[in-house]
Design a protein around this ligand. Structure first.
Ligand code: 6R9
Length: 649
């Protein structure tokens, strides 16, 4: 039997204990798409509303009028739903378990403590004049204060914009400019894998950019105590800001459609876009998916290894688990430090029941051999999750067998920054598992596969993945540019949300994501626009032209393959190669480091001057036999040179 046909049926004991079994899934799914109003009216009750909603769904994917509203006349506050409402029943229960980079450092914070810390910091932000509706930028390490700052913003109705701590000063600057932030919250340094990350220094450098005009204050958390520059009047220590603040703070009453956060993400063209997520629908969806897909039960310890700088950290470290009154583990470090056994050791130490990580982490461990997990038993684990990129069946099997001791179902969860929460995934008590497939849609989600013309394809087939109707967690717009939102997601196929992913559906109706069909690449689960990397490269004086493609990489899923044509007067050399790698790291961040740079006298172009990426992708993947039609190229001989001088032989 080939790997792709292997099925792991739901075990009866798992189905019995789960929130949702097969019959319930089928019945609820049917209700959710046949009668979304009634279905979501009921599901919305999982939150505490200040003013209950009477209108549930008011959404249009019509490209002339894309308008998405859920629970629109209801009011609520996200931080109240994540904190206040749990105090009576579970004030003394641990909300956040924090595991430091150093295995000897950890901390547990109860719901009551978290509530007071959030209130205190919200009062601190108030002293800086933070108001409902303004955007506050966070550039934080993985410490509880990252969640505290997010929830404090939510409490005041301020919109947080978290910038991943691995991004460069330039990336901070462009995101601050894109959101007109007045306040930045950061830390002196971060700590990852035993190394200090100069967060405050990066912020300082980003703010030196003269185009950044709005920033009034930088709030600095003392994490390492390392030495940093200080700008009197602008910079404020977190601990000094909150020293005299009360630990109670009234929560703003927000409309369901008021923004909760923006999060910048890469697309196929232009600068990263700030996806706007709103309050009510997002929180209903994050909470519901967290409960059902991870089959989360009260008292369980749940660990998502993502960074809060990504959407996974927003929905499945902070908002979903806390809205559900869960115990969420936050890990400051990396899976390989101090040793490759760390993930398992953390599971044992904190008795983790549910582990949610990325295929790239699984593959990196797999490369170390089965013994890599010998330092732990992981006997507390009950369920595993995967996110960020397709998980190849080999990695799935290894995850199942070695990390999960062949005991834990794996939920392969497909979703995007734009979707706010998981759209396609198995439910552990309801869905038979197929290694490599995200399987079936969640409640309310109507996936379809279309051909290039947008014709909906039926049955077992392959095509471009679209979603036919709205779900509550959906991103509502691009911050400050609704037209771009419409263009990017709703114009390729009229009346449908286009995901940018290719996908296969098998005879059981299970979905197999095949990867991006646009110029977005996915490196270790991090999403990147090839255009972003190209524009960083051409900003270097030696580069006349650059083309970037992904190529298959054993651990990262995709690696970054760069073709560079040099400007006059510059010669190809290993020195220059290193210099360009360093340059891209500085311009975007380490996650964008090119793996391979090939210098070439020219790039394959059509007569109209368009770079033929299809050909570049094939050469990078060493699939040079099937280059297809090259006759439309302006200069077909370019291709021979590229193949001859391929950088990986
Ligand atoms: C949550 C997140 C989104 C892109 C998405 C797809 C890829 C995510 C996946 C997956 C296959 C999965 N992706 N999960 N592909 N199977 N389970 O990762 O958001 O950073 O916006 O990336 O990631 O290509 O379009 P984001």
């Amino acid at each position: 039997m080939s790997e792709q046909q292997k099925v792991y049926p739901v075990k009866p004991e798992v189905a019995d204990a789960a929130w949702i079994n097969k019959e319930q899934y089928l019945a609820m799914y049917a209700e959710s798409v046949n009668n979304p109003e009634a279905f979501w009216a009921e599901q919305g009750k999982r939150l505490d509303w200040m003013q209950p909603y009477t209108r549930v769904k008011n959404t249009s994917f019509d490209p002339h009028n894309v308008d998405i509203r859920w629970f629109e006349d209801g009011t609520l506050n996200a931080s109240v739903n994540c904190l206040d409402r749990h105090l009576a029943e579970r004030g003394d229960q641990v909300a956040i378990i924090w595991e430091g980079d150093d295995p000897n450092e950890d901390k547990k914070i109860t719901y009551r403590e978290l509530y007071h810390e959030v209130c205190r910091f919200a009062n601190g932000l108030k002293k800086l004049g933070v108001q409902k509706g303004e955007v506050v930028t966070l550039y934080m390490p993985m410490v509880p204060e990252a969640a505290i700052a997010m929830l404090a913003c939510a409490r005041l109705g301020a919109v947080h914009s978290v910038v991943f701590g691995g991004f460069s000063p330039d990336a901070i600057a462009s995101r601050v400019i894109g959101s007109d932030s007045r306040i930045i919250i950061t830390s002196d340094e971060g700590l990852r894998g035993g190394k200090c990350v100069p967060l405050k220094e990066n912020v300082d450098e980003g703010l030196n950019n003269p185009a950044v005009k709005t920033v009034e204050h930088v709030v600095v958390l003392k994490r390492t105590g390392g030495s940093i520059d200080w700008q009197e009047g602008r910079d404020v220590w977190w601990h000094e800001l909150v020293a005299d603040c009360a630990d109670e703070c009234p929560a703003e009453e927000m409309q369901a459609e008021d923004p909760l956060f923006i999060l910048f993400t890469s697309g196929s063209t232009g600068a990263p876009k700030g996806l706007k997520h709103t309050t009510g629908g997002y929180l209903v969806y994050a909470s519901m998916t967290h409960q059902y897909i991870f089959d989360y039960k009260p008292g369980e310890v749940y660990w998502c290894t993502a960074d809060v700088g990504w959407v996974t950290g927003h929905s499945y470290i902070v908002y979903g688990p806390l809205a559900n009154g869960g115990t969420t583990l936050m890990f400051e470090g990396v899976p390989s430090y101090p040793t490759h056994g760390r993930i398992g050791e953390v599971c044992d130490k904190h008795q983790v029941n549910i582990l949610y990580t990325a295929p790239t982490a699984v593959r990196a461990l797999m490369a170390q051999g089965d013994n890599v997990m010998d330092s732990s038993t992981r006997s507390s684990l009950r369920l595993l999750g995967s996110v960020g990129e397709p998980i190849n069946p080999e990695a799935w099997e290894w995850y199942y067998r070695v990390i999960g001791n062949s005991q834990c179902p794996i939920v392969d969860t497909w979703w995007q920054t734009e979707t706010g929460g998981i759209l396609i995934a198995p439910l552990p008590g309801a869905t038979d598992l197929k290694p490599g497939s995200a399987t079936l849609p969640f409640f309310g989600v109507q996936p379809a596969l279309v051909d290039a013309e947008g014709k909906i394809l039926e049955g077992a087939t392959e095509g471009n993945l679209v979603i036919l109707d709205s779900w509550p967690g959906q991103g509502r717009s691009i911050w400050g540019d609704h037209e771009r939102f419409v263009q990017t997601y709703f114009s390729t196929y009229q009346g449908m949300y286009f995901t940018g992913d290719g996908c296969r559906r098998d005879e059981d109706g299970c979905y197999w994501i095949t990867g991006r069909v646009d110029d977005v690449i996915n490196v270790s689960g991090h999403r990147m626009g090839t255009a972003e990397v190209e524009s960083a490269l051409v900003a270097h004086e030696a580069v006349a032209e650059a083309a970037v493609v992904g190529y298959p990489h054993d651990i990262k899923g995709q690696g970054i393959y760069v073709y560079v044509t040099l400007a006059d007067g510059f010669d190809a050399s290993d020195e220059l190669r290193k210099e360009l790698v360093k340059w891209v790291r500085k311009e975007i961040g380490p996650i964008a480091s090119p793996d391979v740079i090939q210098f070439s006298p020219g790039l394959p172009k059509t007569r109209s001057g368009k770079i033929m990426r299809r050909i570049l992708r094939k050469i990078a993947a060493n699939e040079t036999d099937g280059l297809g039609d090259t006759s439309t190229l302006a200069d077909p001989s370019v291709v021979d040179d590229l193949i001859e001088n391929r950088a990986i032989q």
